[in-house]
Design a protein around this ligand. Structure first.
Ligand code: ADP
Ligand code: MG
Length: 358
Protein backbone atom coordinates (compact mmCIF):
# COMPACT_ATOMS: atom_id res chain seq x y z
CA UNK A 1 0.00 0.00 0.00
CA UNK A 2 1.17 3.48 -0.62
CA UNK A 3 0.67 7.15 -0.11
CA UNK A 4 0.16 8.76 -3.51
CA UNK A 5 1.46 12.26 -4.14
CA UNK A 6 0.46 14.38 -7.12
CA UNK A 7 3.02 17.10 -7.52
CA UNK A 8 2.25 20.00 -9.90
CA UNK A 9 0.24 17.64 -12.04
CA UNK A 10 -1.55 18.85 -15.17
CA UNK A 11 -2.73 17.21 -18.35
CA UNK A 12 -3.77 18.29 -21.81
CA UNK A 13 -4.76 15.94 -24.62
CA UNK A 14 -3.61 18.61 -27.06
CA UNK A 15 -0.01 18.66 -28.27
CA UNK A 16 0.24 22.42 -27.90
CA UNK A 17 -2.17 23.60 -25.17
CA UNK A 18 -2.81 27.34 -25.01
CA UNK A 19 -5.76 28.60 -22.95
CA UNK A 20 -7.20 27.16 -19.73
CA UNK A 21 -9.83 25.24 -21.68
CA UNK A 22 -7.13 23.17 -23.42
CA UNK A 23 -6.27 21.50 -20.11
CA UNK A 24 -8.41 18.47 -19.23
CA UNK A 25 -6.70 18.56 -15.84
CA UNK A 26 -5.63 21.90 -14.44
CA UNK A 27 -2.77 22.11 -11.99
CA UNK A 28 -3.24 19.69 -9.14
CA UNK A 29 -1.25 19.12 -5.97
CA UNK A 30 -2.61 16.53 -3.63
CA UNK A 31 -1.58 13.73 -1.33
CA UNK A 32 -3.82 10.65 -1.11
CA UNK A 33 -3.16 9.28 2.36
CA UNK A 34 -2.11 5.65 2.66
CA UNK A 35 -5.05 3.41 3.45
CA UNK A 36 -7.79 6.00 3.04
CA UNK A 37 -10.98 5.47 1.01
CA UNK A 38 -11.66 8.38 -1.34
CA UNK A 39 -14.48 9.10 -3.72
CA UNK A 40 -13.70 11.21 -6.74
CA UNK A 41 -16.96 12.96 -7.57
CA UNK A 42 -17.89 15.22 -10.45
CA UNK A 43 -20.06 15.60 -13.54
CA UNK A 44 -19.26 13.77 -16.76
CA UNK A 45 -16.27 15.26 -18.59
CA UNK A 46 -14.71 17.01 -15.58
CA UNK A 47 -11.50 14.95 -15.74
CA UNK A 48 -12.05 12.06 -13.31
CA UNK A 49 -10.93 9.27 -15.64
CA UNK A 50 -8.01 11.37 -16.85
CA UNK A 51 -6.78 11.70 -13.28
CA UNK A 52 -7.30 8.02 -12.49
CA UNK A 53 -5.51 6.90 -15.65
CA UNK A 54 -2.56 9.13 -14.79
CA UNK A 55 -2.34 7.55 -11.35
CA UNK A 56 -2.45 4.03 -12.80
CA UNK A 57 0.00 4.84 -15.58
CA UNK A 58 -2.32 4.35 -18.54
CA UNK A 59 -1.72 8.01 -19.33
CA UNK A 60 1.45 10.11 -19.08
CA UNK A 61 0.77 13.56 -17.63
CA UNK A 62 1.81 16.61 -19.66
CA UNK A 63 3.26 18.14 -16.52
CA UNK A 64 4.24 17.22 -13.00
CA UNK A 65 5.14 14.10 -11.06
CA UNK A 66 3.44 11.18 -9.32
CA UNK A 67 5.06 9.60 -6.29
CA UNK A 68 4.14 6.35 -4.56
CA UNK A 69 5.47 6.93 -1.07
CA UNK A 70 8.78 8.59 -1.95
CA UNK A 71 9.33 6.87 -5.26
CA UNK A 72 8.81 8.80 -8.48
CA UNK A 73 6.63 6.61 -10.74
CA UNK A 74 5.73 9.26 -13.31
CA UNK A 75 7.35 7.26 -16.09
CA UNK A 76 6.85 3.79 -14.64
CA UNK A 77 4.67 1.33 -16.57
CA UNK A 78 1.29 0.31 -15.17
CA UNK A 79 2.52 -3.15 -14.16
CA UNK A 80 5.38 -1.68 -12.12
CA UNK A 81 2.97 0.48 -10.17
CA UNK A 82 1.26 -2.55 -8.71
CA UNK A 83 -2.24 -1.14 -8.90
CA UNK A 84 -5.61 -2.73 -9.51
CA UNK A 85 -8.01 -0.77 -11.68
CA UNK A 86 -11.64 -1.53 -12.47
CA UNK A 87 -13.31 0.23 -15.37
CA UNK A 88 -16.84 1.27 -16.18
CA UNK A 89 -17.36 -1.63 -18.57
CA UNK A 90 -16.35 -5.27 -18.08
CA UNK A 91 -12.88 -6.46 -19.02
CA UNK A 92 -12.98 -10.27 -18.85
CA UNK A 93 -11.50 -13.19 -20.74
CA UNK A 94 -14.52 -14.69 -22.47
CA UNK A 95 -12.97 -18.10 -23.11
CA UNK A 96 -11.92 -18.57 -19.47
CA UNK A 97 -14.12 -19.76 -16.65
CA UNK A 98 -15.20 -17.33 -13.96
CA UNK A 99 -12.74 -19.07 -11.62
CA UNK A 100 -9.80 -18.62 -14.00
CA UNK A 101 -10.74 -15.00 -14.60
CA UNK A 102 -10.65 -14.32 -10.88
CA UNK A 103 -7.45 -16.29 -10.40
CA UNK A 104 -5.65 -14.61 -13.27
CA UNK A 105 -4.09 -11.64 -11.41
CA UNK A 106 -2.85 -13.99 -8.66
CA UNK A 107 -1.40 -16.67 -10.97
CA UNK A 108 0.18 -13.90 -12.98
CA UNK A 109 2.14 -12.93 -9.89
CA UNK A 110 3.06 -16.53 -9.09
CA UNK A 111 0.78 -17.14 -6.11
CA UNK A 112 0.57 -20.72 -4.81
CA UNK A 113 -2.32 -22.92 -5.95
CA UNK A 114 -3.64 -23.26 -2.41
CA UNK A 115 -3.73 -19.53 -1.84
CA UNK A 116 -5.33 -18.93 -5.25
CA UNK A 117 -8.11 -21.43 -4.54
CA UNK A 118 -8.86 -19.94 -1.17
CA UNK A 119 -8.75 -16.33 -2.29
CA UNK A 120 -10.91 -17.00 -5.38
CA UNK A 121 -13.52 -18.58 -3.13
CA UNK A 122 -13.58 -15.55 -0.82
CA UNK A 123 -13.93 -13.13 -3.72
CA UNK A 124 -16.61 -15.23 -5.42
CA UNK A 125 -18.62 -15.00 -2.20
CA UNK A 126 -18.18 -11.24 -2.09
CA UNK A 127 -19.49 -10.74 -5.61
CA UNK A 128 -22.17 -13.41 -5.23
CA UNK A 129 -20.87 -15.73 -7.96
CA UNK A 130 -19.92 -18.90 -6.11
CA UNK A 131 -22.43 -20.92 -8.11
CA UNK A 132 -21.04 -19.75 -11.45
CA UNK A 133 -17.33 -20.37 -10.82
CA UNK A 134 -17.00 -23.11 -13.41
CA UNK A 135 -18.97 -21.43 -16.15
CA UNK A 136 -17.25 -19.74 -19.04
CA UNK A 137 -17.47 -15.96 -18.94
CA UNK A 138 -18.82 -15.97 -22.48
CA UNK A 139 -22.60 -15.83 -22.42
CA UNK A 140 -22.85 -14.24 -19.00
CA UNK A 141 -24.80 -10.98 -18.72
CA UNK A 142 -22.97 -7.61 -18.75
CA UNK A 143 -23.91 -7.34 -15.11
CA UNK A 144 -22.24 -10.65 -14.21
CA UNK A 145 -19.18 -9.83 -16.30
CA UNK A 146 -18.80 -6.55 -14.47
CA UNK A 147 -18.94 -8.40 -11.16
CA UNK A 148 -16.07 -10.55 -12.40
CA UNK A 149 -14.13 -7.39 -13.29
CA UNK A 150 -14.74 -6.07 -9.80
CA UNK A 151 -13.63 -9.39 -8.32
CA UNK A 152 -10.45 -9.31 -10.38
CA UNK A 153 -9.79 -5.83 -9.08
CA UNK A 154 -10.23 -6.93 -5.48
CA UNK A 155 -8.49 -10.30 -5.60
CA UNK A 156 -4.92 -9.20 -4.86
CA UNK A 157 -4.18 -8.19 -1.29
CA UNK A 158 -0.74 -6.76 -2.01
CA UNK A 159 -1.57 -3.86 -4.32
CA UNK A 160 -0.44 -0.27 -3.73
CA UNK A 161 -3.91 1.05 -4.44
CA UNK A 162 -7.30 0.09 -5.82
CA UNK A 163 -8.81 2.36 -8.44
CA UNK A 164 -12.45 2.11 -9.48
CA UNK A 165 -13.76 4.11 -12.41
CA UNK A 166 -17.57 4.22 -12.15
CA UNK A 167 -17.56 0.44 -11.73
CA UNK A 168 -21.26 0.01 -10.97
CA UNK A 169 -22.67 1.78 -14.03
CA UNK A 170 -23.94 -1.43 -15.67
CA UNK A 171 -24.96 -3.11 -12.40
CA UNK A 172 -28.64 -3.20 -11.45
CA UNK A 173 -29.67 -0.86 -8.60
CA UNK A 174 -30.18 -3.50 -5.92
CA UNK A 175 -26.85 -5.19 -6.58
CA UNK A 176 -25.16 -1.77 -6.62
CA UNK A 177 -25.89 -1.29 -2.97
CA UNK A 178 -24.71 -4.79 -2.17
CA UNK A 179 -21.42 -4.42 -4.06
CA UNK A 180 -20.71 -1.02 -2.59
CA UNK A 181 -21.13 -2.56 0.84
CA UNK A 182 -18.65 -5.28 -0.15
CA UNK A 183 -16.13 -2.69 -1.30
CA UNK A 184 -16.45 -0.90 2.01
CA UNK A 185 -15.91 -4.17 3.85
CA UNK A 186 -12.86 -4.88 1.73
CA UNK A 187 -11.48 -1.50 2.68
CA UNK A 188 -12.18 -2.11 6.35
CA UNK A 189 -10.48 -5.52 6.27
CA UNK A 190 -7.42 -4.71 4.17
CA UNK A 191 -7.04 -0.95 4.46
CA UNK A 192 -6.02 -0.40 0.86
CA UNK A 193 -5.74 3.10 -0.50
CA UNK A 194 -8.90 3.28 -2.61
CA UNK A 195 -10.08 5.83 -5.13
CA UNK A 196 -13.62 5.38 -6.28
CA UNK A 197 -14.79 7.51 -9.20
CA UNK A 198 -18.46 8.34 -9.52
CA UNK A 199 -20.79 11.06 -10.75
CA UNK A 200 -23.39 9.98 -8.19
CA UNK A 201 -23.31 11.93 -4.94
CA UNK A 202 -25.10 9.22 -2.95
CA UNK A 203 -22.52 6.68 -4.03
CA UNK A 204 -19.68 9.04 -3.14
CA UNK A 205 -21.05 10.06 0.22
CA UNK A 206 -21.86 6.52 1.34
CA UNK A 207 -18.61 4.99 0.14
CA UNK A 208 -15.88 7.35 1.18
CA UNK A 209 -14.28 8.87 4.25
CA UNK A 210 -13.16 11.76 2.08
CA UNK A 211 -14.79 13.05 -1.05
CA UNK A 212 -12.74 14.83 -3.70
CA UNK A 213 -15.02 17.02 -5.79
CA UNK A 214 -13.91 17.89 -9.32
CA UNK A 215 -15.32 20.53 -11.60
CA UNK A 216 -14.02 21.53 -14.99
CA UNK A 217 -10.62 19.86 -14.67
CA UNK A 218 -10.04 21.15 -11.18
CA UNK A 219 -10.33 19.76 -7.67
CA UNK A 220 -12.65 22.26 -5.99
CA UNK A 221 -12.94 20.66 -2.56
CA UNK A 222 -11.69 17.70 -0.56
CA UNK A 223 -13.65 17.00 2.55
CA UNK A 224 -15.83 14.73 4.62
CA UNK A 225 -19.48 14.50 3.62
CA UNK A 226 -20.29 16.86 6.53
CA UNK A 227 -17.79 19.47 5.35
CA UNK A 228 -19.17 19.38 1.83
CA UNK A 229 -22.64 19.88 3.20
CA UNK A 230 -21.89 22.56 5.81
CA UNK A 231 -19.21 24.61 4.07
CA UNK A 232 -19.11 24.07 0.32
CA UNK A 233 -15.81 25.62 -0.79
CA UNK A 234 -17.12 26.37 -4.27
CA UNK A 235 -20.62 27.14 -5.54
CA UNK A 236 -20.38 24.00 -7.68
CA UNK A 237 -20.07 21.84 -4.55
CA UNK A 238 -23.11 23.58 -3.08
CA UNK A 239 -25.12 22.98 -6.20
CA UNK A 240 -23.88 19.46 -7.00
CA UNK A 241 -24.20 18.00 -3.51
CA UNK A 242 -27.57 17.99 -1.78
CA UNK A 243 -31.02 17.53 -3.22
CA UNK A 244 -32.01 20.07 -3.96
CA UNK A 245 -28.64 21.82 -3.98
CA UNK A 246 -27.69 25.03 -2.20
CA UNK A 247 -29.64 28.22 -2.94
CA UNK A 248 -27.53 31.05 -4.35
CA UNK A 249 -28.48 34.71 -4.43
CA UNK A 250 -26.45 37.63 -5.76
CA UNK A 251 -25.81 40.06 -2.92
CA UNK A 252 -23.90 43.07 -1.71
CA UNK A 253 -22.06 42.11 1.42
CA UNK A 254 -20.63 44.63 3.86
CA UNK A 255 -19.55 43.64 7.33
CA UNK A 256 -22.08 41.17 8.70
CA UNK A 257 -24.95 42.19 6.44
CA UNK A 258 -25.92 41.00 2.99
CA UNK A 259 -28.36 42.94 0.85
CA UNK A 260 -30.17 41.27 -2.01
CA UNK A 261 -32.89 43.00 -4.02
CA UNK A 262 -33.29 45.54 -1.23
CA UNK A 263 -33.76 42.92 1.49
CA UNK A 264 -31.29 42.67 4.37
CA UNK A 265 -29.92 39.39 5.62
CA UNK A 266 -27.99 39.14 8.87
CA UNK A 267 -24.80 37.07 8.70
CA UNK A 268 -22.92 35.23 11.40
CA UNK A 269 -19.53 36.45 10.27
CA UNK A 270 -18.22 39.67 8.78
CA UNK A 271 -16.70 40.22 5.35
CA UNK A 272 -14.52 43.09 4.17
CA UNK A 273 -13.61 44.33 0.73
CA UNK A 274 -15.28 41.60 -1.33
CA UNK A 275 -15.01 42.03 -5.06
CA UNK A 276 -16.06 40.21 -8.20
CA UNK A 277 -19.33 38.27 -8.34
CA UNK A 278 -20.58 38.14 -4.74
CA UNK A 279 -23.28 35.66 -3.74
CA UNK A 280 -24.71 34.18 -0.61
CA UNK A 281 -25.42 30.48 -0.43
CA UNK A 282 -27.79 28.71 1.92
CA UNK A 283 -28.90 25.12 1.77
CA UNK A 284 -32.67 24.41 1.59
CA UNK A 285 -32.41 22.70 4.99
CA UNK A 286 -31.57 26.06 6.59
CA UNK A 287 -34.36 28.11 5.04
CA UNK A 288 -37.59 28.60 7.02
CA UNK A 289 -40.98 29.76 5.82
CA UNK A 290 -42.50 32.64 7.73
CA UNK A 291 -45.65 34.78 7.64
CA UNK A 292 -44.00 37.95 8.91
CA UNK A 293 -40.25 38.23 8.54
CA UNK A 294 -37.51 37.72 5.99
CA UNK A 295 -37.40 37.86 2.21
CA UNK A 296 -40.69 38.10 0.32
CA UNK A 297 -41.22 35.00 -1.85
CA UNK A 298 -43.85 33.48 -4.08
CA UNK A 299 -44.40 29.77 -3.59
CA UNK A 300 -44.60 27.97 -6.90
CA UNK A 301 -44.88 24.34 -5.87
CA UNK A 302 -44.77 21.99 -2.90
CA UNK A 303 -43.38 18.49 -3.40
CA UNK A 304 -44.03 15.79 -0.87
CA UNK A 305 -41.00 13.51 -0.83
CA UNK A 306 -41.89 11.33 2.12
CA UNK A 307 -39.86 12.33 5.14
CA UNK A 308 -40.12 16.03 4.30
CA UNK A 309 -41.50 18.52 1.82
CA UNK A 310 -39.58 20.49 -0.75
CA UNK A 311 -41.03 23.94 -1.32
CA UNK A 312 -40.09 25.61 -4.59
CA UNK A 313 -40.30 29.38 -4.22
CA UNK A 314 -39.21 32.42 -6.15
CA UNK A 315 -37.62 35.66 -5.02
CA UNK A 316 -37.33 38.36 -7.70
CA UNK A 317 -36.68 35.80 -10.40
CA UNK A 318 -34.31 33.67 -8.29
CA UNK A 319 -35.26 30.17 -7.21
CA UNK A 320 -35.26 29.49 -3.49
CA UNK A 321 -35.84 25.90 -2.38
CA UNK A 322 -36.91 25.13 1.15
CA UNK A 323 -36.93 21.85 3.02
CA UNK A 324 -40.01 21.86 5.25
CA UNK A 325 -41.18 19.36 7.83
CA UNK A 326 -43.50 16.55 6.79
CA UNK A 327 -46.29 17.98 8.96
CA UNK A 328 -45.61 21.66 8.35
CA UNK A 329 -48.69 23.61 7.17
CA UNK A 330 -47.82 25.58 4.07
CA UNK A 331 -50.73 28.01 3.80
CA UNK A 332 -51.17 31.21 1.81
CA UNK A 333 -49.90 33.24 4.77
CA UNK A 334 -46.39 31.85 4.19
CA UNK A 335 -45.05 34.66 2.06
CA UNK A 336 -41.57 35.08 3.46
CA UNK A 337 -38.43 33.09 4.19
CA UNK A 338 -35.66 33.48 6.75
CA UNK A 339 -32.18 31.97 6.72
CA UNK A 340 -30.33 30.38 9.60
CA UNK A 341 -27.44 32.89 9.88
CA UNK A 342 -24.95 30.25 11.03
CA UNK A 343 -25.48 28.41 7.74
CA UNK A 344 -25.22 31.24 5.25
CA UNK A 345 -22.02 31.02 3.21
CA UNK A 346 -20.56 33.92 1.26
CA UNK A 347 -18.95 33.46 -2.17
CA UNK A 348 -16.80 35.74 -4.28
CA UNK A 349 -16.34 34.58 -7.88
CA UNK A 350 -17.69 31.16 -6.85
CA UNK A 351 -15.18 30.54 -4.05
CA UNK A 352 -16.26 30.56 -0.41
CA UNK A 353 -14.90 33.42 1.68
CA UNK A 354 -14.15 32.53 5.27
CA UNK A 355 -14.89 35.97 6.76
CA UNK A 356 -14.03 37.01 10.30
CA UNK A 357 -15.80 36.77 13.62
CA UNK A 358 -18.48 39.47 13.64
P1 ADP B 1 -14.76 12.15 -16.74
O1 ADP B 1 -14.13 10.83 -16.48
O2 ADP B 1 -14.87 13.01 -15.52
O3 ADP B 1 -16.09 12.02 -17.43
P2 ADP B 1 -12.58 12.51 -18.64
O4 ADP B 1 -11.35 12.49 -17.82
O5 ADP B 1 -12.93 11.29 -19.41
O6 ADP B 1 -13.81 12.99 -17.73
O7 ADP B 1 -12.48 13.71 -19.68
C1 ADP B 1 -12.05 15.01 -19.34
C2 ADP B 1 -11.95 15.85 -20.62
O8 ADP B 1 -10.92 15.35 -21.46
C3 ADP B 1 -13.22 15.85 -21.43
O9 ADP B 1 -13.39 17.12 -22.00
C4 ADP B 1 -12.93 14.82 -22.51
O10 ADP B 1 -13.65 15.12 -23.69
C5 ADP B 1 -11.44 14.98 -22.73
N1 ADP B 1 -10.82 13.70 -23.12
C6 ADP B 1 -10.88 12.54 -22.44
N2 ADP B 1 -10.17 11.58 -23.06
C7 ADP B 1 -9.64 12.15 -24.15
C8 ADP B 1 -8.81 11.68 -25.21
N3 ADP B 1 -8.36 10.43 -25.25
N4 ADP B 1 -8.47 12.58 -26.18
C9 ADP B 1 -8.90 13.85 -26.15
N5 ADP B 1 -9.70 14.35 -25.19
C10 ADP B 1 -10.06 13.52 -24.20
MG1 MG C 1 -14.85 8.89 -16.84
Amino acid sequence: MARITLDNLAHSYKPDPKGEEDWALKQLDHVWADGEAYALLGASGCGKSTLLNIISGLLQPSRGRILFDDKDVTHAATAERNIAQVFQFPVVYDTMSVRDNLAFPLRNRGASAGYVAERVQTIAAMIGMEAELDRKARGLTADAKQKISLGRGMVREDVNALLFDEPLTVIDPHMKWELRTQLKALHRDFGHTMIYVTHDQTEALTFADKVVVMHDGRVVQIGTPEELFERPAHTFVGYFIGSPGMNLLPANVTGATAVTNGAEIALDRAYDGLSGKVEIGVRPEFVRLSDSEGLPVRIRRVEDVGRHKIVRAEFFGHDINIVAGEDEEIGPDKTRVTFDAAHVNVYADDWRVEGRAA
